[in-house]
Structure formats: C-alpha cells, structure tokens
Design a protein around this ligand. Structure first.
Ligand code: G6Q
Length: 530
C-alpha cells in the first residue's frame, strides 16, 4: 500500500457517520426489534454466527461503515501485516520497528501462506513440539523414577499467561491422559505457594515462558519453583522447559529439558497460537486437538480478508465497535460469555484489547483526535446477572455488550429440571438479556422502568471445542487489529507499561537500603510500609 496510513477522521465516510450518529436506530421504539430484523442482521461465519440485530444500526449505517473500512484500507493493512510488513512502528520517533506475524503461527494449512518464511518456521516449531509430545507419550521422556509426567506448571505473565490460560480453561474437558496444567503468574509468593502445595513435583514439568527472558515476575517464580524442585531432591534440568526468544537471557538449553522459541514478530498478547500457548496446550489436549485449535484460528484469518463487511464477522465486530465507541460515545465493552469454560477469556481480552488500542498517539506520532480503545471487561453469565447487570439495564453508563454463547454444553452432563435442561436455561437467559437490554420495559413506577435501547451482539457457535476456541481467539485478535487500523494507533507496542516497572525498581532499591535518587519513591515507601 502506498502513502501514509489514514485514521478514520481523515475519511469522507467519517462525516457521514457523524451525521447518522445524530439520530441512530432506536431499539426500544415500537417495531424496533422485530423478527425480520433478527433474521436480517446475522453474519454467518466459520464456527460462530454474529447476531447483530440489537445494535443501533440500519442498512445505511452498515454501508457507511463498509465505506469507512474501505477508505481506511483496513483489509489492505491486514494483508500487509500477514505478509510481513513492519507494522509495529511510530513515525518520527524510535519505536519497536517489528513485523507483526502472529497469524503465521496458524498459516500452516495453505500451499500459499501469506508469509512463507514465518509459516515455515511455525511448521518446524510444531514438528519439534510433536516429537517432544510423542516422546512424553511413549515414555521416552519421564521423571527420575521412570514415571510419566502428569502435571505441567506454566510460569509466565501478561501475554505469556493470559491467552494460554484462558484457552486451557476453555479446553480443559479435552485433556488427555489425566493431564493437568497449573499456572503461576503473579510475583505474589502466595500464588506460587498455593500451586506448589497442590502438585506432586516429581511428576511435574515446569514450563517457563518469557519472550524477553528478563521479566521480574517470571524469573522470580522460576527460581522459586527450581528451589522447590531441588528441595524435593529433584533435578530442575530434567523438569524445566522453556519458551523464549532466541538469544534472550533464558536461551540456555543446558538449563532446560527442552527449549522452544518465539520471535520478535509475535507480540506477547497475540502469542497464544505460538509456542507460548502451544507447548502447554499440546501437553494437555494432545497434538491432534492442538492442530484443530490452530485450524479454527486459520479459518478465521482467511475469512477476515473478505471485503464484504456483512460476510466478515471479525471486520463487522470491529466496525460495530468503532460505531459504538467513536460515533455513539460508549466507553465500555462488556464481554459476557454464557459458558463457564470461557471464564478467563474476558481477562485475556482485557489485555489484548486495552494494551493494543489504549493509545492516544497515532502512528504518525500526532495525538489521536477521536475516541480510541474502550474499557473492556466481563464475567460469565449467568453469574454476572446476579452481580452487575443492574447497571447494564438501569445505570447511567451505556455499556456495549458482546455476548458469547453455545448451543450445546461441553460435557453434556445435564438433566431436565422443571421441564428444561441447564443448558436450555443458560441459553434462555442469554437471549433474554439481549432482548431486555434492547427493548426495555415501560412501567408507571420509574424504579421498575427499563429504558432499553442498550446495544449488544451475540456470537454463537454449536459447542466450545478446540476448533471453535481457535476461531474465537482469532476473531477477537482480528477485531482488535482492525480497530487499531481505524484509529491509526500502533496496536502492537505497550509503552504505557514501562513507567511503573521503572518506579518499582526504584522502590526496590530503597527497600534494600540503597539510596534512591527519587525522593518521592523513598517517601512513598516510608508512609506506606514503615
Ligand atoms: C504483551 C506484553 C506483555 C508481555 C509480558 C511478559 O503483549 O508484551 O504482557 O507478554 O510482560 O513478557 P515476557 O514474555 O517477555 O516475559
């Protein structure tokens, strides 16, 4: 693509959408939400359908959002990203200057991958992982006593924890050979202690995941776990695995039973389909199901390059989000999965979305002129209904809701109580909440009035499986990337996390009695901890 990247406010369609946003569709009006509207506003995707009848849009809004995506060259940028252009950069100032190739981790099924070298690397890494998993299955790799490893502790934080953890939680029912995975992320010693109390270390592999190999929390936790292994009379070199960047301080194969790699071109929060998520997942659910997970993600990446907004769920989800955020002024997105397996997925999205698009500087290093990334949060339904839905229905903040649901349960251990199964109750509640938010309810008693007209959409699939989980992950990754392109922010760096790390270092120095040159740090320590 020639020329500089545009943000949406530099496009003609932006003005048209601003005009349309002055009088958006009213879902609570008579004949607002109708059966015809429900049938019309569905985007059928791979694995998931996106139901968007409860968005404040008309055909004209969707057409204009399509125009906006076209004028911003969202899809061209996505294709450039997939083929290896340096997208992680800010003009005029030093920046990371990296390619963004997380999609290459699953671009392994096509004869014409978007970036051949990166896809080849992914295939090689997967082959190495497959061999390792076979050796575990065959008993060629075992503990000091010839016993099989049944447990894995995944040690990592941020992008090296949240995505993999949310995927593992979602796919736990697909675990094989009674294998179990635990996660340690926080530098809080109680996090590691609680896990170490629960596992039989002799049958445990410890997977240390850090792209940089320098992260304080992960290195502290690694030392803690290695000490526990030694205290139990075990050899850490026979139990510890690593996933790290080539040439990172952790890239020392002698210290680990196996070392797997990740690369500069894969950002932490986009790394779930790289070795960062794959080693743990392969251990838990086996190689074949890991490949299904990657296949689900790959299929979404292929659909994500479709030009037609109405046939591209990731792009549609992104542009509806831009409409809600930038044009209708909503600062919150609640992701509410009606699936217990997805209970950690909102936490992953919190990072993936907010660390990517929580930016106020554009890629041309000028200030962003419109509202960029929203606040993202969520909890599974129906639990959330008994907690914070009050605010969604009757509060003074408008929250855009993204429901996620499945037609079938994962474990199928369900019975009918009072004429309906628990899965039916779950789905009934999902649909009811969507309608209640949209339509509302009038009442003479103002305290019992539901204003309605609250936007929401539903992503629905048959069942939470390795493949649909891969699809869901990739769907949201693409949504976030598309939105970043619209707002013209660099979705791939995270400078906003640095200052706190530096100040923590200052305070640690002060704690060690070494004089801090930041008197504020010393003063704060004195008032808080002395
Ligand atoms: C994610 C961020 C960040 C990172 C962690 C862990 O996109 O870069 O969350 O993943 O700080 O970093 P390491 O993998 O280098 O330990």
């Amino acid at each position: 693509m020639e020329g500089k990247w545009k943000s949406i406010d530099e496009c003609d369609a932006f003005v048209a959408l601003e005009e349309l946003a002055k009088n958006p569709f009213d879902l609570s009006a008579e004949n607002g939400l109708t059966p015809e509207r429900m049938k019309k506003y569905i985007c059928k995707g791979t694995e998931f359908d996106l139901l968007y009848c409860c968005q404040r849009v008309t055909e004209q809004v969707i057409d204009t959002l399509q125009l906006l995506a076209d004028q911003c060259k969202v899809l061209e940028q996505f294709e450039e990203m997939r083929s290896g252009r340096v997208m992680n950069r800010i003009e005029n100032f030093p920046s990371e200057e990296r390619q963004v190739l997380h999609t290459s981790c699953r671009d392994i099924f096509s004869d014409t991958p978007a970036c051949e070298t990166a896809s080849l690397q992914s295939k090689n890494d997967l082959a190495q992982l497959k061999k390792f998993l076979n050796e575990l299955d065959e008993g060629d790799i075992c503990n000091e006593f010839g016993q099989a490893f049944t447990t894995l502790i995944h040690v990592g934080i941020g992008g090296s924890d949240l995505g993999p953890r949310s995927v593992y939680e979602a796919l736990r029912p697909y675990s094989q050979n009674n294998r179990e995975v635990f996660f340690i992320s926080n530098v809080d010693p109680d996090d590691s202690a609680a896990i170490l109390e629960r596992v039989d270390l002799s049958k445990t592999l410890v997977l240390v995941v850090s792209k940089s190999g320098t992260t304080l929390e992960t290195l502290s936790n690694e030392t803690l776990v290695r000490t526990a292994l030694k205290d139990a009379g075990l050899d850490p070199a026979l139990h510890c695995l690593a996933v790290t960047g080539k040439t990172s301080p952790m890239d020392n194969p002698k210290r680990y039973l196996r070392t797997f790699y990740m690369y500069d071109y894969i950002g932490g929060r986009f790394s779930s389909t790289s070795m960062v998520g794959a080693v743990m997942l392969g251990f838990a659910i086996g190689y074949e199901q890991l490949v299904e997970f990657l296949q689900g993600a790959a299929e979404i990446d292929e659909v994500a390059i479709k030009k037609d907004l109405r046939a591209n769920p990731a792009l549609l989800l992104a542009m509806l989000g831009v409409w809600n955020r930038t044009f209708l002024g909503m600062n919150n997105v609640a992701v509410l999965p009606y699936s217990q397996g997805l209970h950690r997925f909102p936490a992953h999205l919190q990072q993936c979305d907010m660390e990517s698009n929580g930016k106020s500087i554009k890629r041309d290093s000028e200030a962003v002129a419109v509202k960029s990334g929203p606040i993202v949060w969520g909890e599974p339904g129906t639990n959330g209904q008994h907690a914070f839905y009050q605010l969604l229905h009757q509060g003074t903040e408008d929250v855009a809701v993204e429901f996620i649901g499945f037609r079938e349960s994962q474990r199928k251990k369900d019975i009918k109580i009072k004429g309906s199964s628990s899965q039916q109750k779950l789905l009934a509640n999902l649909l009811a909440q969507s309608m209640a938010l949209a339509v509302g309810k009038n009442d003479v008693n103002p305290n019992k009035r539901f204003p309605g007209n609250k936007v929401n959409s539903i992503l629905i699939a048959d069942k939470l499986t390795p493949k649909s989980m891969g699809a869901l992950l990739a769907l949201y990754e693409a949504k976030i990337v598309f939105q970043g392109f619209c707002w013209n922010v660099n979705s791939f760096d995270q400078e906003g996390v640095q200052l706190g790390k530096i100040l923590a270092g200052e305070i640690l120095l002060a704690m060690k009695g070494k004089k801090s040159d930041r008197s504020l740090a010393q003063a704060f320590l004195d008032v808080a901890c002395v």
